[in-house]
Write a protein that binds this ligand. Structure first.
Ligand SMILES: NC(=O)CC[C@H](N)C(=O)O
Length: 381
């Protein structure tokens, strides 16, 4: 039996539903995601820390959950809001139902919510704080929702980052094969050594780099540039991650020092925003951000339109960028900056998610571009 639960937004909007997860309450910034599939990758993406995600697709949970689809060691989203949880789930890869998974990982979640009404509120008023509470105490839920404040000013990358450096060896998955689909890269004969800053990295990014011949050392967010250079990398990767990029001064300082070495550098999402800040630009909070797997973005060099995976609430402020930075990609939803490149050295970044997971692979070519840059740098060294 599902217990009654409520969702209350900081603006006072109240929604009644049923609890499909852990009993208790949760608070965070409520954001909507328009992806039709990939709920487990979304829940486990560390960039969703302190965010309660509502999925606009109405049927969530149909394929159950599997340990193979985790983007991190555990779910990071602060909560989940859906329209309809199916009575049965069915998939040959499934280990448990979505509801059992949510309970096991202590994630508070609510179903039977009018997610269209909720999404319209978020679209019109902007992302806002909210509380899911199992029970019916609306006054308490409102007070809790208001206590969250704003995502602006929150440095969360250091909270979700790994504590110690480690080596990543797993390549992309190729189903079906006898070892479960996992490919492991050949550490000894890897063509390049990459140091990847973990600000909340998604596993599929590391897989796609490993697949392309990189030996990867993943380092904690606060690792100094000097410590990174002591590892003698061929290139630097800046990961995605939660929260506001602006307070991450430790990261911005390290990136400045690393840029001075002219080693090839590639950033994704939070990493893209941190690169923008390190070159002297600014970032700003968006009204409700981009969260989904169907966002059109234009590559301004090829003019091609790419369908992309997105998950961000901040953006690089184009007007703040210095003369040596070129905008390479633009969102066709709101024309915001989706990619930048330094014109005087090999450093570039993308605001969306080239690794998808979930989402289409239209932007995977940026991983190939990074490999080309690494190869060029190695040949000219
Ligand atoms: N996925 C990400 O890396 C998100 C970056 C940043 N936390 C934002 O919301 O804009």
């Amino acid at each position: 039996m599902f217990e009654p639960a409520i969702l209350v937004l900081a603006d006072g909007s109240v929604f009644h539903g049923k609890s499909i997860g852990y009993s208790g309450h949760t608070i965070g910034e409520v954001v909507f995601n328009t992806a039709m599939t990939g709920y487990q990758e979304i829940l486990t993406d560390p960039s969703y820390t302190y965010q309660i995600v509502t999925l606009t697709y109405p049927h969530i949970g149909n394929t159950g959950t599997t340990e193979e689809d985790e983007e991190a060691t555990k779910p990071h989203a602060a909560g989940l809001i859906i329209r309809d949880l199916p009575l049965i789930h069915s998939n040959f890869r499934s280990h448990s139902s979505l509801s059992d998974y949510l309970v096991k990982h202590k994630i508070v979640a609510i179903a039977d919510i009018d997610t269209r009404r909720l999404t319209r509120i978020l679209r019109d008023k902007g992302a806002q704080a909210g509380c899911i509470l199992v029970g019916t105490d609306e006054a308490k839920a409102l007070e809790l929702a208001k206590s969250f404040g704003s995502m602006a000013g929150k440095d969360l990358a250091k909270e979700v980052s790994c504590q110690e450096l480690y080596q990543w060896t797993e390549g992309e998955w190729h189903l079906p094969v006898s070892n479960g689909g996992k490919a492991f890269n050949d550490q000894e004969n890897a063509e390049f050594h990459i140091v990847a800053y973990d600000y909340g990295v998604k596993r599929n990014i590391l897989r796609m780099l490993a697949e392309r011949g990189c030996r990867i050392t993943v380092v904690p967010a606060k690792t100094s540039a000097q410590a990174v250079l002591a590892l003698n990398p061929d290139g630097i990767f800046l990961s995605n991650g939660p929260g506001d990029p602006e307070p991450c001064d430790y990261a911005i300082e390290s990136i400045k020092t690393l840029l001075a070495t002219k080693k090839p550098l590639f950033g994704i999402c939070l990493g893209h925003q941190l690169l923008g800040l390190a070159v002297g630009g600014k970032t700003k909070k968006m009204a409700f951000g981009h969260h989904g797997a169907n966002h059109p973005v234009q590559d301004l060099d090829s003019n091609k339109v790419l369908i992309t995976s997105q998950n961000h609430g901040f953006e690089v402020d184009e007007a703040s960028l210095p003369a040596n930075v070129r905008v390479t990609h633009r969102s066709l939803f709101d024309h915001s900056v989706q990619g930048i490149e330094l014109t005087d050295q090999s450093a570039f970044s993308f605001q969306g998610h080239p690794e998808a997971s979930p989402g289409p692979n239209d932007v995977a070519y940026l991983f190939d571009r990074f490999i080309d840059e690494l190869r060029k740098a190695k040949q000219s060294a």
